[in-house]
Design a protein around this ligand. Structure first.
Ligand code: PLP
Length: 298
């Protein structure tokens, strides 16, 4: 029977049996960095890009997982293999780990760890909603400025994103878009945003996680002969766009058809958005940027 699998304390176990000690700053301080990687048809997508980003996140927080890059790749693949699912999302976590001494609060004394957990492939924005197109709220809650919490470091400090998501639900939205305190568009809880105007694609720049799917959209745009740029953008730019969509590992592309309940463009999933999503999945099926799970098993 297929089931989610975790790697924790050096062992592979059913994910619902994996536990974090409640005294660890991993839990009490959200002192953990992570990355989420997808596999479809037993091919891991953009493994090196994800491992690069994970390493950068670890370095930025001075977390040193007790495994090297090849070992981490092998742990990731083993988790996927053991689940029995062909399509997965796997989260790697670099944890601060337990304090050496119960009386100490010095993070330098902690024994850093690595946790991985593989679950069936999931959609940040539910699949049916993504296909029909979503209504996103541009919320009052602001994204924490990168000067305080570097959004490029993928981390569990989600208070701003979760508050934004709850605010969006209260307003009848399917999810949220957060702005920076100075009013520029940033990103949503678990996705980057894109829009097209007069045939060109634009995505916000700065104060956001530089998504691997976002990088992929830039490559697809080049292949499709569409100009794509990252620029500072404001809510009005998005509201006046022809089409818009979200991008994320967990679900790829979802059409945005309304902002704050008002139609965006013609209020239907965009043609260009559909072409990008189709090309993304076609190329993944053809093995683009794919590493076979089996090639990494020991
Ligand atoms: N922004 C945030 C805050 C995220 O958590 C994520 C993904 O989890 C993304 C953007 C999209 O990044 P990626 O395409 O690497 O999944």
């Amino acid at each position: 029977m297929a089931e989610p699998i975790a790697f924790i304390d050096g062992e592979y176990i059913p994910a619902n049996e994996a536990k974090i000690p409640i005294l660890e700053p991993t839990f009490t301080k959200s002192d953990v960095v992570y990355d989420t990687i997808s596999s479809t048809d037993d091919l891991i997508f953009r493994l090196d890009d994800h491992l690069d980003r994970f390493e950068n996140s670890c370095q930025s927080m001075k977390i040193s997982p007790p495994y090297d890059r090849n070992e981490i790749a092998s742990i990731l693949a083993t988790c996927i293999d053991k689940t029995g699912y062909r399509d997965t999302c796997t989260t790697l976590m670099g944890t601060r780990g337990p304090y050496k001494d119960i009386l100490s609060r010095d993070p330098r004394t902690c024994q850093n760890g690595l946790i991985a957990v593989s679950v069936p492939y999931y959609y940040v924005i539910p699949k049916d909603k993504a296909e029909q197109g979503v209504n996103l709220s541009i919320v009052e809650n602001k994204r924490v400025p990168s000067e305080s919490v570097d959004a490029r470091v993928k981390n569990f400090n989600w208070m701003d994103l979760t508050r934004g998501l709850l605010e969006a639900y209260d307003k009848g939205g399917d999810s949220a878009i957060l702005c920076t305190p100075d009013g520029k568009l940033s990103e949503g809880p678990g996705f980057n945003i894109w829009f097209s105007k007069d045939g060109e694609l634009k995505t916000p720049k700065g104060n956001l996680l530089e998504g691997i799917t976002r990088k992929t959209i830039f490559e697809l745009a080049t292949e499709m002969g569409i100009k794509a740029t990252e620029i500072e953008v404001y809510p009005e730019d998005l509201r006046n766009a022809d089409e818009a969509f979200t991008s994320t590992t967990a679900g790829a592309v979802a059409s945005i058809i309304q902002i704050d309940g008002k139609p965006l463009g013609n209020g239907a999933p965009g043609i260009l958005t559909g072409r990008i999503n189709d090309l993304y999945w076609k190329k993944r099926k053809d093995g683009w940027h794919g590493t076979p799970v089996k090639s990494l098993l020991n």
